[in-house]
Design a protein around this ligand. Structure first.
Ligand code: CAA
Length: 248
């Protein structure tokens, strides 16, 4: 049976977990488009480096925390002829601080980028998926949305919200060929995790039963399965992959 080529959009697909997901979806035969933050001056260089390794990625700048910016992205992509079948809401940030020291801007930035983005980016791509009767929406949450994390009231709240969004939307579109799922990665060897203070990070790694950080490719393989034809019966799920650090 031949596998149809789909078009996938991965937000924040130029680094960390997003880049691994983009590459895996490409390896699975899909056409892949990534988004990056607007004004990223190194994106051309990044695209060339990827192309040299056989990965042809179209790239668009968008501020996922901004509704208008996401609408504009969808318009530009439509004009350029892209129809999105697989949406991976991956872009996210951290602004770690205990609640006592967190300021309003650190709260707002994380909620807007990590949670408002679910609405902003999903909204313009949903109707076309429903019209075509096929779609995969995969929302990237985190272990810390399930277990909470010292220093991450903002991030844990947003990432817990991601799965609430997933479950509600999954019900709304289940009859229309569109699945909506959450993946909840644990601590991965990415820049985001490497930015955690070394002593704090070491304590976290010590608490992971498999004894190491995860690889972005391990999560990307999971996302690629959820995006496949074979995963049509899976919707509203939250799939954890965290080295045994949190079992629920
Ligand atoms: N539980 C209980 N107490 C803790 C604790 C914990 N998990 N962590 C720290 N404390 C205690 C410390 O022992 C310390 O106590 P004393 O004052 O009695 O010594 C006190 O709280 C202050 O701790 P810190 O020195 O860590 O405080 P800080 O203000 O210097 O740093 C912080 C605060 C920046 C939030 C830091 O604790 C931190 O980086 N924590 C880790 C946050 C984290 O895991 N981020 C994940 C980023 S990656 C990501 O988010 C991806 C993903 O999805 C997994």
């Amino acid at each position: 049976m031949s596998i149809p080529q789909r078009t996938a959009l991965v937000t924040g697909g130029n680094r960390g977990l997003g880049a691994a997901i983009a590459r895996f979806l490409h390896d699975a035969g899909h056409r892949v488009i990534i988004t990056h933050t607007p004004g990223n001056s190194t994106i051309d260089q990044w695209q060339h480096a990827q192309a040299a390794q056989g990965y042809a990625f179209a790239a668009y700048g968008v501020d996922v925390s901004d509704y208008e910016s996401a609408q504009e992205l969808a318009r530009r992509m439509y004009v350029d002829g892209y129809r999105i079948d697989i949406l991976v809401n991956n872009a996210g940030i951290t602004r770690d601080a205990t609640l006592r020291t967190m300021d309003k801007s650190g709260w707002d930035a994380v909620l807007r980028t990590n949670l408002d983005s679910m609405f902003n980016v999903t909204k313009p791509f949903l109707d076309p998926m429903l019209e075509r009767g096929w779609g995969r929406i995969i929302n990237v949450s985190s272990i810390n949305g399930s277990k909470g994390q010292f220093g991450q009231t903002n991030y844990s709240a947003a990432k817990a919200g991601v799965h609430g969004f997933t479950k509600a939307l999954a019900q709304e579109v289940a009859r229309k060929g569109v699945t909506v799922n959450t993946v909840s990665p644990g601590y991965l060897a990415t820049e985001m995790v490497m930015a955690v203070r070394e002593d704090v990070r070491q304590k976290i790694v010590d608490a992971i039963p498999v004894g190491r950080l995860g690889q972005p490719a391990e999560i990307a393989a999971l996302v690629t399965f959820i995006a496949s034809e074979a995963a049509a019966f899976m919707t509203g799920s939250n799939v954890a992959m965290n080295g045994g650090q949190h079992m629920s």
